[in-house]
Design a protein around this ligand. Structure first.
Ligand code: LCS
Length: 394
């Protein structure tokens, strides 16, 4: 594809990153299921290792399928370059280590995926990197948290599982004024709904396991950013051995072709479900930034084109009532993960965010009774009927 700036997002989602196969003309790229690549001669191999010539060496470092995927996601996010990792948490680690080393400090919003929270609070700590968890919607809190050895600010928006929305532009302005990179986890929104780099973020990461795949069949991660930054991230990925396989990359290339259509349908279904729950007598709190009554609606409207597929709610009756819901759904499946075609339901306090202590759950506004639904692309009537029949049981 010559100049991506000539095309709309929907066209890029279908075409970016791949060309017809030069050998056979195949429209869909072949899967380069190989660990290594044969050099033309000893000098060629040496030139590749020295970086004097472009080419493939070994699939832990680069593979044609991972390259296509990185290019596709970079184009969709409006980034110069990208790197593909074996999971969202692998992408998170590589992104953080691109900027921070032992003795450094990072700042993160306190509402993030539980696995990211554990990586920051346990693994980074062991590596000598300290994390301050704060509310990034409070600019004074950010300013107060910045230390001489602070190396980056991290935010996830909308955040897992409370759907807290962080004002990317506002946080990026504070970050820029202190010469700090802002890294945004864009997993929930995807570039179909939100482009953090255009709002001032430095780097974007994805759990590609979710909407990027869309079909619940891959665990993967992607980082995109400037050529220089991604050069460092790519080195981390290779050194840590956090590469993704060619087949998984190929599946994600396929998944991304329908990203815009899926995100539109997820968002429409989630909004309908959220409206249904908002008016329901058994529901205490409903969290969905697409609802006008939601505290994050205004900022979400500013930076997102639709509000995504995740809806969280507290039922009257707390955790016991929540369990009744999760144990009696028929269409929705009781499972973690999100962003699949299938609707999935889970309980953050005992599942995805079980590594938070009760105090940390409170700080992150994750109540004991909170139930999260990843609204799929099925008929919205069937999804609502399923939730309606379980709410009748409590
Ligand atoms: N970022 C976000 C926002 C996530 O929701 C997840 C996983 C990750 C990063 C990590 O990605 P992974 O390594 O799993 O590809 N979220 C999950 C969840 O809510 N349920 O299961 C996994």
């Amino acid at each position: 594809m010559e100049d991506p700036n000539m095309y709309d997002f929907e066209t890029l989602a279908v075409h970016a990153g791949t060309e017809p196969d030069p050998l056979t003309g195949a429209l869909t790229p072949p899967i380069y299921q190989t660990s290594t690549f044969v050099f033309k001669n000893a000098d060629h191999g040496a030139r590749l290792f020295k970086g004097e010539e472009e080419g493939y060496i070994y699939s832990r470092i680069r593979n044609p399928n991972t390259d296509m995927l990185a290019k596709k996601m970079a184009t969709l996010e409006g980034a110069e370059d990208g790197v593909v990792c074996s999971s969202g948490l692998g992408a998170t680690l590589c992104a953080v280590l691109s900027f921070a080393k032992s003795g450094d400090h990072i700042i993160s919003d306190s509402v993030i995926y539980g696995g990211t929270f554990s990586q920051f609070s346990e693994e980074l700590k062991q590596l000598g990197i300290e994390t301050s968890f704060i509310d990034t919607s409070n600019q004074d809190e950010i300013a107060a948290a910045i230390k001489p050895n602070t190396k980056l600010i991290w935010a996830e928006t909308p955040a897992n599982p409370t759907l807290k929305v962080v004002d990317i532009k506002a946080v990026s302005e504070v970050a820029k004024s202190k010469n700090l990179p802002l890294i945004v986890d864009n997993t929930f929104a995807t570039p179909a709904l939100q482009r953090p780099l255009s709002l001032g973020a430095t780097m974007v990461i994805h759990s590609a396991t979710k909407y990027t795949s869309g079909h619940g069949d891959v665990v993967a991660g992607i980082v995109v950013g400037s050529k220089d930054d991604i050069h460092h991230t790519s080195e981390k990925m290779g050194h840590l051995g956090l590469n993704l396989g060619p087949f998984e990359s190929w599946l994600l290339l396929r998944g991304l072709k329908t990203l815009h259509i899926r995100m539109q349908r997820h968002s429409e279904n989630a909004l309908e479900l959220a409206k249904f729950l908002k008016g329901h007598p058994k529901i205490e709190v409903i969290r969905y930034p697409g609802l006008e009554s939601d505290p994050y609606h205004e900022v979400a409207k500013k930076q997102m084109s639709a509000f995504g597929g995740i809806v969280s709610f507290d039922v009257k009756g707390g955790i016991d009532a929540g369990k009744t819901i999760m144990n009696n759904v028929k269409l929705c499946k009781l499972a973690v993960s999100l962003g699949d075609c299938d609707s999935l339901i889970q309980h953050p306090a005992s599942m995805t965010h079980s590594t938070y202590t009760p105090e940390e759950l409170k700080m992150a506004n994750i109540s004991e009774g909170l139930v999260r639904i990843s609204v799929g692309i099925e008929s919205v009537n069937d999804i609502i009927n399923d939730i309606d029949q379980v709410l009748a049981l409590i």
